[in-house]
Ligand binder design. Sequence first.
Ligand code: WTA
Length: 619
Amino acid sequence: MAHRVGSLCEDLYPPSKSFSEKAFVSSMEEYSEMYAKSIREPATFWRPTAEILGIKSTSEEKDFVSWNFNPQKGPIHVEWLKGAQANMCYSALDLNIQRGLGDNVAFYWEGNEPEDDSVMTYKQLFVEVCKFANVLKKHGVKKGDRVAIYMPMVPSLVVAMLACTRIGAPHSIVFGGFSSGSLKDRIIDSSCSILITADGVYRGTKCVALKDICDQVDEVCEPEWVDCEDTLFLLYTSGSTGKPKGVLHTTGGYMMTAYSTFKYVFDYHPGDIYWCTADIGWITGHTYVTYGPLLNGATSVLFEGVPTYPDGGRFWAVVDKYKVTQLYTAPTAIRLLMKMGDSIVKRYSRKSLKVLGTVGEPINPEAWMWYHHVVGDSGCPIVDTFWQTETGGHVITPLPGATVAKPGSATFPFFGVVPVILDENGRELNGECEGYLCFSQPWPGIMRTVFGDHERFETTYFKKFPGYYTTGDGARRDTDGYIWVTGRIDDMLNVSGHLLSTAEVESCLVEEQSVAESAVVSRPHPVKGECLYCFVTPMDGVAFTDALVAALKERIREKIGPFACPDFIQYAPVLPKTRSGKIMRRVLRKIAAGETNLGDVSTLADQSSVESLMRHRLD
Ligand code: WTA
């Protein structure tokens, strides 16, 4: 997805003086100083964070950080604070309670129905977590055992996550919108010993899905200390080969990244009410619904519903109900609400808002402006946070009190992160440039491996450009040094902020008996950002009917999940291929987008294939 370059993008939005004065980082000078230190002396920079988080030094402790990003020099590895000990749950709950925050609200739960809500303080959360940790122990779960979780957005989900971390059992959460087939694949790949799920009956009757089984249980459960490099969780993300990858994060480094990005990027201060609308089943929910806020002792809103129920004013109603100060959501939600018009937004006060955040895909400048001017009444800094499941937390992002924003740019690196833009030959580009977005050194929260497949980790992220972590995204640097992420440059697509691989959808389509071949590309979509456009060649003698299209959509819903359902499935008598048999996706993307100029098609084996595809194209 290319960015429009024009007057819109060149507008500058500095934070207001009154905001900057109270912010943790108040100017670009201050940011630059801290940033330089974080790169020059990572240990000095991060040690105070480790101390705040209660990470315990031991005699086993090795280097503060040790790493290799070059497969030619040996196995890829990253270690932060190896040998030191930590416990996520202890840092998130025990420490905050010891510091006097026990009666503070951890979560205001807002159910799907506006009148369905509940409150959970740090102390209450602590008790629930200890009880449930004991339930897990009673079921034989031990330190190091992997636990699958498949639950809706209820406080019990947070309880389940924290209970796992309390006993040192890595969790593997599967987003509730995934199908049972996807759940099965992930459980098998991660060899989880137990699955925590919610009884459908409890849904909508407040936050008590796990409560009954916990009621009889012991409220005391000592935290299990683990090595900082022990696994905290696995989270599956789409891979370009079609098989999802179990991204593995470890304890100490992830904690430091979650804590510090939350603090600085949202500029969270005591008394603020923070709300991230993401589902916990995605990385955004892991880091910015559960761990980042809790490590900071923050008060958050946990929302079960959707932006349009009972009407398109729900977000703003929730903002007013809880006096939300920081709102963190996705461009796709912003565009959806923007389409509904300004008047519905203006029905609500929104006066509490201080910082507005976005994540998931490049935000188009129009949506940025609307978010800023209409939602934030032109008074709130916007933080356009670029990151990935793999990065654990924000890597390129504005700091709200320091950065002069440009609509559509994720701006500058977070502390400890060194972005580089490489050309096809792996040369670092300087000044104004466009190329592959990579990172040349590790920050604490970067993933450590692909679960059960270290080779795939090396191949996916380090092989193309030895010495660098490759994001798979393209980026442009402008004359002022701002970074503009332009979107995926591999075979991945981003539907409403959810990454999918074309291969994953294609293999699902060809599993249908009557399908001979398929090719899936992305097509720009006004709300979702991108949507799936599928070309399907039926087996000889099979008719391409509405029933077939419906069956294919149903199959994708069942195999992957409803969010992956294609918007378009087009009949393709034959797919355009090169003489060596490679499908020319570039041509298919143009057909899908409704373009008439298909560019150079001279390498096509069969020129007529394109004409028939053009005839059958859908709008
Ligand atoms: C995209 C989500 C531009 C990008 C946290 C990345 C973005 C992928 C932004 C990761 C942003 C996320 N600007 N692109 N602010 N945020 N992306 O793993 O393509 O679900 O590689 O993590 O989303 O998606 P994932």
